[in-house]
Design a protein around this ligand. Structure first.
Ligand code: HEM
Ligand code: HEM
Length: 573
C-alpha cells in the first residue's frame, strides 16, 4: 500500500522578494521582454577589446571631466596669482589658467584627477585608432555595417576635436601656441577664413571669448553628440550582431561565443576595472601636461620644444615639412598653400578616404552580399597593404612634428630632418605598401604549405638509413577548415567596348572599375585543389615518421558541417 505524504506547509503565501521586485519592474518597464538580451552572444578575440578600452576611457573622461567642472573657471578675465606655487607668485594670468593651477596644487586630489582626465583622453584616442584599424584590416565594415563605420568615423573626428578643445582650456603657453596654429590654419582657408577666425575667437586673436566658447563645446556639445552616437553605435552592434573570424561551426548565418549573461558581463566588468586601474596608476605616477612649468599664455611668447598631444602631431608634422608656397591672386589676395595644403587639404583627403572606403570597396567589387565573417588581414593583401601604408604616412608626419626635439636630442640638423620627412612622405608609404603585400603573400603561402605538408613541429628524427627529417604534424580538422574556408574573391569582368555594334556608353567607368577590382583582388594565393589535398594527405599518412592524419575528407561545401561542440553558445542572424 502506498501512502501519499504531503509536504509540510512552507508558510509562504507569496512569491520570493526578488521575484516580486522583478514583477513590479516588469509591470512598469516591460523588462521581461528584454530577456533575450541575456542570451546575446559575443565572440571572443583579443582585437575586440579596443572598442571596450575606448568605451571605458570615455566613461572615465565623463566622470573626471564632471569633477573638473566643479573647480575649473572658464574665464579669460585677468587675475594675479597668489597661490602656493611660488614661481608664479604675483604674475598676471587668466582665471582659466589660475584655476587650473589651483586644481593642480590647492584642490585635494585635483592633480590626480586632471592627470587621469588627460591620460584617459590619450588612451581613448589611441584605442579608437586601433579599433578603426582592426575594422579596416578585417573588413568588418562591409555590408551591413557601413553606416556603423560612418558613425564610428564621426566619433573619431569628434574625439580628436574634443581633445584639442580640452587641451586649449587651461590657457597656458603651450595650449595657446596650439590655438595660434589653429588660428593660422583657419585664416588660410580661402574666402571664408577671416570670417571664420573672427567668429571662432569673437574678434581679433586671442580675444576674451575663446576659452568660454571652447568650454561650452567641450563639456556640453561635443561630448553630448559623442555619447548619443556611441549609444547608436553600440545598439547597431547589437542589431547587426557581432562579426567573427572563420572557424569550425562559424558561418555567415550564426555567431558563436559567450552569452551576455553571465559570461560577457563578468568579463567586461572585470576589464572595466582593469582599464580604470591601469589609467589611475598611470595618472598617479606619470606626469602629464605640467601647465605650471609653461606659464600663462601671452601672444608674444612661445616655449621651446612645443608639442601638441600625439593625435594632433601629424598635422603639426605636415605643416612643418611643407614648403612655404604662396600665390598672390590678381587683386591682391594671397592664397597660403604652405598652410592650406598640409593642414586643410591633406587631412581632409585622408579623412575622406577613411570615411568612404567601405563604399569605394563595395563599388569596386560590386559585392552586395552581407558579410559577418571577418577576413584575416593576410587574405586581403591589397587592403592590408593600403591600410599599413596609410598608417606609415601618418607616422612619417607624426615624426616630422617632432623635428625640433629630434634635432636637439640627436644632435641632427633640423633642415635635414625636414628634408627626410619630405622624402619619407612619398617613399615610406610606398615601401610599406610593397613590403606588407609581400608579407601577406608569404603568410598565405605558409598557410597553403601547412595545409599540404602539415605543421612543422621542430622535432628532428633520424631515419634508419641515417637521413634526418623534421616531423610534420597534420593540422587538426578545425585549423584545416579555417584555412580552407577563406573567401576567394572574383574580379569585376572587363567591359565590352560595344554591344551589338553600339558603343558601350559606360565603358570608361567599367574599365576603371575592372582595373581597380583587379588591383584590390590581386595577391590571392589559390586554395589547394582537392586532388592536391588528397595526395598531400596520403603522403603525410605514409610519411616515415609523420603522424597519421586524423582527418577524413574535408567538406568545405558545407561550412556549418563541422561542429566541434567546443563553443558554448551560438545565435542565428
Ligand atoms: C572624449 C571626451 C573628452 C576628452 C578627449 C577630453 C580631453 C581633455 C583634455 C586633453 C583636457 C586638458 C587637460 C589638462 O589640463 O591637462 C581637458 C580638460 C578639461 N576637460 Fe575634458 N575631455 C573630454 C570630456 C570631458 C567632459 C565630458 C567634461 C565635462 C563634463 C570635461 C571637462 C573638462 C574640463 C573642465 C577641463 C579643464 C580642466 C583642466 O584642464 O584641468 N571633459 N579635457
Ligand atoms: C566612442 C567610440 C567607440 C566606441 C566606444 C566603440 C565601441 C565598439 C564596440 C564595443 C564594438 C564591439 C566590439 C568590437 O567589434 O570591437 C564596436 C564595433 C564596431 N565599431 Fe566601434 N566604437 C567606437 C568608435 C568606432 C570607430 C571610430 C569606428 C571606425 C571608424 C568604429 C567602427 C566599428 C564597427 C564597424 C563595428 C562593428 C564590427 C563588428 O560587429 O565586428 N567604431 N565598437
Amino acid at each position: 500500500m502506498s501512502t501519499i505524504e504531503e509536504a509540510p506547509p512552507s508558510g509562504r503565501t507569496e512569491a520570493p522578494k526578488g521575484e516580486r521586485i522583478a514583477d513590479w519592474a516588469d509591470g512598469r518597464l516591460g523588462i521581461y521582454n528584454f530577456g533575450f538580451l541575456a542570451r546575446k552572444v559575443f565572440p571572443e578575440h583579443w582585437s575586440f577589446m579596443f572598442g571596450e578600452i575606448a568605451l571605458y576611457s570615455f566613461i572615465i573622461l565623463i566622470l573626471t571631466g564632471t569633477w573638473l567642472t566643479l573647480f575649473f573657471e572658464p574665464s579669460m578675465a585677468e587675475t594675479v596669482y597668489h597661490g602656493s606655487y611660488v614661481p608664479l607668485q604675483g604674475i598676471p594670468m587668466s582665471k582659466a589658467y589660475a584655476s587650473t593651477i589651483d586644481i593642480s596644487f590647492e584642490v585635494r586630489g585635483g592633480l590626480f584627477i586632471r592627470q587621469l582626465h588627460h591620460w584617459s583622453a590619450l588612451t581613448m584616442i589611441g584605442a579608437l585608432c586601433l579599433h578603426t584599424l582592426r575594422h579596416f584590416l578585417t573588413g568588418s565594415f562591409r555590408k551591413p555595417r557601413e553606416v556603423n563605420w560612418l558613425i564610428g568615423f564621426v566619433i573619431l573626428v569628434l574625439v580628436i576635436l574634443e581633445g584639442f578643445v580640452g587641451y586649449s582650456l587651461p590657457d597656458d603657453l603651450l595650449s595657446g601656441t596650439g590655438l595660434r596654429i589653429a588660428e593660422g590654419v583657419t585664416l588660410a582657408i580661402p574666402v571664408v577664413g577671416t570670417y571664420a577666425t573672427m567668429f571662432l575667437f569673437g574678434g581679433e586673436y586671442p580675444g576674451q571669448d575663446v576659452v568660454p566658447r571652447f568650454y561650452s563645446l567641450h563639456i556640453l556639445l561635443i561630448p553630448g553628440i559623442m555619447l548619443a552616437l556611441t549609444v547608436i553605435h553600440l545598439i547597431l552592434v547589437f542589431y547587426h550582431k557581432h562579426t567573427q573570424f572563420r572557424g569550425p561551426g562559424r558561418t555567415e548565418n550564426n555567431v558563436v561565443g559567450q552569452p551576455l549573461m553571465p559570461h560577457y558581463t563578468a568579463k567586461a566588468g572585470g576589464f572595466f576595472f582593469l582599464v580604470s586601474g591601469v589609467l589611475a596608476l598611470t595618472a598617479g605616477i606619470a606626469q602629464i601636461n605640467p601647465v605650471w612649468t609653461y606659464g600663462p599664455y601671452r601672444s608674444d611668447q612661445i616655449s621651446q620644444g612645443s608639442q601638441p598631444d600625439w593625435y594632433m602631431g601629424f598635422l603639426e608634422g605636415a605643416l612643418r615639412a611643407f614648403p612655404a608656397w604662396e600665390w598672390t591672386v590678381p587683386g591682391g589676395y594671397t592664397v597660403n598653400f604652405g598652410v592650406l595644403i598640409p593642414a586643410v587639404i591633406l587631412p581632409t583627403l585622408m579623412m575622406l578616404v577613411l570615411a568612404l572606403w567601405p563604399f569605394l570597396e563595395a563599388w569596386v567589387t560590386g559585392d552586395k552580399d552581407e558579410h559577418h565573417l571577418l577576413d584575416r588581414p593576410r587574405d586581403h593583401p591589397t587592403r592590408t597593404a593600403f591600410g599599413c601604408a596609410f598608417v606609415a604616412l601618418y607616422l612619417v608626419l607624426l615624426f616630422g612634428g617632432a623635428n625640433d626635439i629630434l634635432a636637439e636630442r640627436f644632435h641632427l640638423s633640423l633642415n635635414q630632418i625636414t628634408y627626410a620627412v619630405r622624402i619619407g612622405f612619398f617613399l615610406v608609404p610606398a615601401l610599406t605598401y610593397v613590403i606588407t603585400k609581400r608579407i601577406c603573400l608569404g603568410l598565405q603561402l605558409r598557410d597553403r604549405d601547412k595545409l599540404l605538408h602539415g605543421r612543422e613541429t621542430g622535432k628532428i628524427r633520424r631515419l634508419p638509413h641515417g637521413e634526418f627529417v623534421e616531423v610534420h604534424e597534420p593540422l587538426d580538422r578545425g585549423q584545416e577548415y579555417a584555412l580552407l574556408s577563406r573567401e576567394v574573391r572574383e574580379t569585376a569582368p572587363a567591359p565590352a567596348a560595344e554591344h551589338d555594334g553600339v558603343p558601350n556608353p559606360r565603358a570608361r567607368k567599367e574599365i576603371l572599375r575592372h582595373r581597380l577590382s583587379r588591383w584590390l583582388n590581386s595577391g590571392q594565393i589559390p586554395h589547394p585543389t582537392p586532388q592536391e589535398m588528397q595526395q598531400a594527405r596520403a603522403h603525410l599518412d605514409h610519411a616515415p615518421d609523420g603522424h597519421a592524419s586524423p582527418n577524413g575528407h574535408l567538406d568545405t561545401a558545407r561550412p556549418g558541417a563541422l561542429q566541434p561542440g567546443r563553443e558554448p553558445d551560438q545565435e542565428l542572424h
